[in-house]
Design a protein around this ligand. Structure first.
Ligand code: PGA
Length: 229
């Protein structure tokens, strides 16, 4: 099973989401190989939009097997008198997965490791599967994880140019240094696009990809997925 995870970050409104879905489904219906792989459980697609789009996105995709909706964060607050927070409880039955600990939240929103761990336990407790991000090989992670996402911050948002992406050799070395057990799905993220995906797909040790910029365009994201067929 290969996982293709779209991280839309702080992008898209309802109309743009509907446009994305319409196009993505058209590509899906025109490339039966991808559809079959989804139906046979060989690939899994997880789309993580901003919170307000979670429900309409889920509605639009509900008839498609192995396409899931996730969120990009879990609140450290479990609920109560915290105006404006989105507690995990309000996401139950809406999202299957949650990205947790993304380096952008640490860098721009001062999220701490302690908060990330709290979020991890809240998500687990409520039945949302965490996709736990770590930014470096010196970082620790809970040993009970099912999904670990290795994303060196310097590899994020490098754009479409060829040549200076993280090499698969570096990614595999990081997996080794981190001693990721075979029971954990090892996801890589950082400027994955349709030009460099083949190099990464050549390695069974990489179980999936967290795609930011290139996932905003339905055709580009679909091309990335299509490379696995
Ligand atoms: P990028 O983002 O693909 O735009 O580098 C990946 C991520 O930060 O999740």
């Amino acid at each position: 099973m290969k996982y293709f995870i779209a991280n839309w970050k702080a992008n898209k409104n309802l109309e743009e989401m509907q446009f994305w879905v319409k196009n993505f489904i058209e590509y899906l219906n025109s490339k039966l190989g991808v559809k079959q792989k989804l139906e046979n459980g060989k690939i899994s697609v997880i789309i993580c939009p901003p919170f307000p789009l979670v429900y309409p996105l889920k509605q639009s995709l509900q008839s498609y097997k192995n396409i899931f909706v996730g969120c990009q964060d879990i609140s450290k607050i479990e609920g109560g008198t915290f105006t404006g927070e989105v507690p995990a409880h309000s996401l139950t039955s809406l999202v299957t997965y949650a990205i947790i600990g993304h380096s952008e939240r640490k860098k721009f929103l001062n999220e701490t490791d302690e908060e990330v761990n709290r979020k991890y336990f809240i998500a687990k407790h409520i039945g949302i599967e965490p996709i736990y991000c770590i930014a470096g090989t010196d970082h620790t992670y809970p040993k009970t994880l099912n999904f670990i996402c290795y994303e060196p911050p310097e590899a994020i948002s490098r754009g479409d140019g060829r040549g200076d992406f993280e090499s698969s050799a570096n990614i595999l070395a990081a997996k080794q240094t981190l001693k990721v057990p075979s029971t954990m799905k090892f996801i890589y993220g950082g400027s994955v696009n349709r030009d460099n995906i083949s190099e990464y797909l050549a390695h069974d040790e990489i179980d999936g990809f967290l795609v930011g910029g290139a996932s905003l365009d339905p055709q580009h994201f679909f091309d990335i997925i299509g490379s696995s067929v």
